[in-house]
Design a protein around this ligand. Structure first.
Ligand code: ZN
Length: 169
């Protein structure tokens, strides 16, 4: 902890912040974040970004085989079928789970798909995809203002069961 020094925040606060060099990427970091990130960052001597992925790896270690990872991207398939605030504007996505998912071979349809993060390369190599899109659904990377968008499944047939039928995390 030799290089940890007080960090004087530009806002009024009773909290004592610290500044140090990130143990992983070497950037100067200050732990001006809400708990639990504030304590984790200081204990681990990590910047916000490196601490975020360290935490995410804890989740992957525990839940990887129950998660929805397609092309290195983490998703949260919801089970709501009505209402205005659904993921991906309520469009339909058919998903099939693949090995090493515990649900390999099972298919679901979600009308409430939430997009998480792209895994960094080292985590993507360690924690492979657990699912794939069906029916023409895909993520499209683009240049310009809109960096990324998704095309829904074009399948018109009977939907597969909702994600709530599986133990997804
Ligand atoms: Zn870092």
């Amino acid at each position: 902890m030799a290089n940890v020094r007080p960090y004087h925040a530009s806002f009024t606060t009773d909290v004592e912040y610290h500044q140090y060099e990130c143990d992983t990427c070497g950037k100067t970091a200050a732990n001006t974040y809400m708990e639990p990130a504030r304590s984790q960052m200081l204990e681990r001597q990590l910047c916000w970004h490196c601490n975020y992925w360290r935490e995410f790896e804890v989740r992957l270690e525990k839940d990887h085989s129950h998660m929805t990872i397609i092309d290195g991207h983490v998703y949260g398939p919801g089970s709501r079928t009505s209402g205005p605030m659904r993921g991906m504007a309520g469009r339909r996505f058919d998903i099939e789970y693949i090995s090493p998912s515990v649900h390999a071979g099972k298919r679901i349809t979600t009308f409430d798909l939430w997009s998480g993060s792209n895994l960094p390369d080292d985590l993507a190599a360690k924690y492979p995809d657990t699912a794939r899109f069906l029916g023409g659904a895909e993520k499209v990377e683009m240049e310009g203002d809109i960096k990324r968008c998704w095309n829904p499944s074009d399948r018109q047939g009977e939907p597969y069961p909702l994600p709530s039928k599986l133990d997804l995390r």
